[in-house]
Design a protein around this ligand. Structure first.
Ligand code: ZN
Length: 143
């Protein structure tokens, strides 16, 4: 499945020091009334928590990095879940020796500094619904 979307605006800015990264992005989407968007960001975190989906057990495991790391890249999108703006983002992080780790962004990643670009689109709303085959909340789930 796919659909045409039309770029309507681009927001650039900085997220607050000490805020939770996923919550700050979700707050931004709510505040700006964003329903369809692509997110890019970079910066640094004080600590990080990411998820890894176990496809056999169909549950997320979590990885904690309780130290400062660089955000090499954050890529995400905004769509709707239960009628509300929902941020899905993945991050690549690097430690002091340059080793990279990453995963599905979950609450518990705390911002040291973060610069974002939010590309907002106009188009038919994409709504996340429970997908039987994967156990994930996906766009246009398999019947
Ligand atoms: Zn994910």
């Amino acid at each position: 499945m796919e659909q045409d979307v039309k770029p309507v605006r681009t927001l650039m800015g900085r997220l607050p020091h000490g805020a939770d990264l996923l919550e700050a992005l979700t707050d931004l989407a709510h505040r700006e009334g964003v329903k369809l968007a692509h997110i890019e960001a970079l910066g640094a975190v004080k600590r990080a928590r990411v998820g890894y989906f176990n496809q056999t057990k169909r549950v997320y495991g979590h990885l904690d990095f309780p130290h400062a790391m660089e955000i090499l890249n954050l890529t995400g999108n905004v769509s709707l879940k239960d009628g509300e703006p929902f941020v899905h983002a993945h991050v690549t992080l690097a430690d002091e020796s340059g080793h990279a780790f990453g995963g599905h962004l979950v609450p518990g990643t705390i911002i040291f500094a973060c610069e974002f670009v939010l590309h907002v689109f106009d188009g038919e709303a994409l709504e996340r619904k429970s997908d039987k085959r994967t156990g994930l909340a996906l766009w246009d789930p398999d019947p």
